[in-house]
Design a protein around this ligand. Sequence first.
Ligand code: FES
Length: 238
Amino acid sequence: MSVVTLTVNDELVSAQEGQSLLSLLEELGIQIPTLCHLEGLSERGGCRLCLVEVEGSNRLLASCVTPVQEGMVVRTHSDRLLKYRRMILELLFAERNHVCAVCVMNGHCELQDQAVNLGMDHVRYPYLNPDLPVDASHERFVLDHNRCILCTRCVRVCDEIEGAHVWDVMGRGVNSRIIADLNQPWGTSQSCTSCGKCVQVCPTGALTTRGVTVAEMEKQHDFLRWILDGRNKKQWHY
Ligand code: FES
């Protein structure tokens, strides 16, 4: 694999051809906010929080799905990027019902963490306040569509790690929903192995485990991330 040279935040750096910008930034120790990205899973480029400025491009690019290129000039932090990242978070908060004070994952939510990290302290857009169902048909887990940000981590971990292919996305735009087995109640799914990986990778309180404390869930999340991280590194060296 050949090496390319590019400029990141005024520094000349080298990268492997085909490598994503985000993975290069991680190697360089440059922190970029992300939500749909999870080490060890394929990239979706859905949340757009990892936006960067690339000279010559008239739009901001999602670094997780943008490969490095020879001669690229990249800027990862600027007032403009911060403005757009905050706006993306505000739109996510406005689209569904992220009322942190009454969410079981309050204090353990990546969406909430990003809002705090990026200084998003209010939402300028009208809340859509959708009245979405809660699927409590599974004996061990609960799916609350009101908290879902459609990052599809659950879909990808189920497809790529568990191989069960339970989850999918139905509908378009604001009407999109995560569905189990062609839109059946989760509890009746024939393909679900009840492994709980989807719950462990959920960045919000959309997928949760019944009767388990948040601290316990956090431990499960950390364990799966450790496995995914190891899997990714293994692939990287081969
Ligand atoms: Fe890149 Fe979501 S992390 S678009």
